[in-house]
Design a protein around this ligand. Structure first.
Ligand code: CO
Length: 278
């Protein structure tokens, strides 16, 4: 069953989601060479509890921490540790919080110091695919329109989409129906309606899509050792279009609007065209 939220409930959901968004911004600026992911986790737990919230991941199926911190070839669910970040790493940070009875959930991947051009492009394409996906979260569309937008943009840019993990509905539970794959043909699955709140979260690999889980039982890594990126927003489906609840300043909202109207122009097509005309 998909739980639709009232306008008042969506307004209440802003608190948890705003907390997550603000925290991710703070974590992003705390990321630097030499910082450990355990330090980031400590900061995150203090901020969530300080705001009167509860870390959503800690204790969930035995998960031991507040954030997931996934470095380089780690896709998701990396457990914070004493590992110090190094310049050139990419770090995916996933945060969930429960506040005022509702959950918020979002993730970003950030560069540590200067990163390779390929890594920077992976981050950019993954985040773009998230905004294209969010632009599809409209009343009357179907669930697979979201994943199809992700897959199309990711593969047009030479990267691949992870199949084993999916996005999800979110509300008074962290994981609600429907599941939201990041791949597939458009026009399938449940129809989107007013009041649905969705955590949309593309996971994108530089190389092949296959992943495996390490012996810790959590950390998912790419099988081929290639880099992986993850961006997530919690989004409400409303009469007037998708609303990014994990937006801080309207910039996410503006990016959704741009992704919704921009015609498909994959980068590799553009550069082929540029080469030909040179
Ligand atoms: Co999620």
């Amino acid at each position: 069953m998909i739980v639709c939220k009232s306008e008042a409930e969506i307004a209440r959901m802003r608190a948890a989601n705003r907390l997550v968004a603000d925290l991710l911004a703070e974590l992003r600026s705390a990321v630097a060479p030499g910082v450990t992911t355990a330090e980031l986790d400590t900061l995150a737990e203090a901020r969530i509890r300080g705001a009167g919230g509860v870390p959503a991941f800690k204790g969930y199926r035995g998960y031991p921490a507040t954030i997931c911190a996934s470095v380089n070839d780690q896709v998701i669910h990396g457990i914070p540790s004493q590992r110090a970040l190094a310049a050139g790493d990419i770090l995916s940070i996933d945060v969930g919080a429960l506040l005022d009875g509702f959950y918020g959930d979002a993730a970003i991947t950030v560069p540590v110091g200067a990163v390779s051009e390929q890594a920077a492009r992976l981050l950019q394409v993954t985040e773009e695919s998230l905004y294209r996906a969010i632009a599809q979260a409209r009343v009357g569309n179907r669930v697979s329109d979201i994943g199809s937008a992700v897959q199309r943009h990711v593969e047009a840019n030479g990267f691949s989409v992870v199949r084993e993990f999916v996005g999800h509905g979110i509300g008074q539970a962290m994981h609600e129906e429907p599941q939201i794959p990041n791949f597939g043909e458009p026009g399938h699955g449940p129809r989107l309606s007013e009041g649905m709140v969705l955590a949309i979260e593309p996971m994108v690999n530089q190389g092949q899509p296959a992943v495996r889980v390490l012996a810790d039982g959590w950390t998912a890594v790419t099988r081929d050792g290639s880099l992986s990126a993850h961006f997530e927003h919690t989004v409400a489906v409303t009469r007037s279009g998708p609303v990014v609840l994990t937006d801080r300043d309207g910039s996410g909202q503006a990016r959704v609007a741009a992704a919704g109207i921009r015609p498909e122009a994959p980068r590799n097509v553009e550069s082929r065209w540029r080469k030909r005309t040179r």
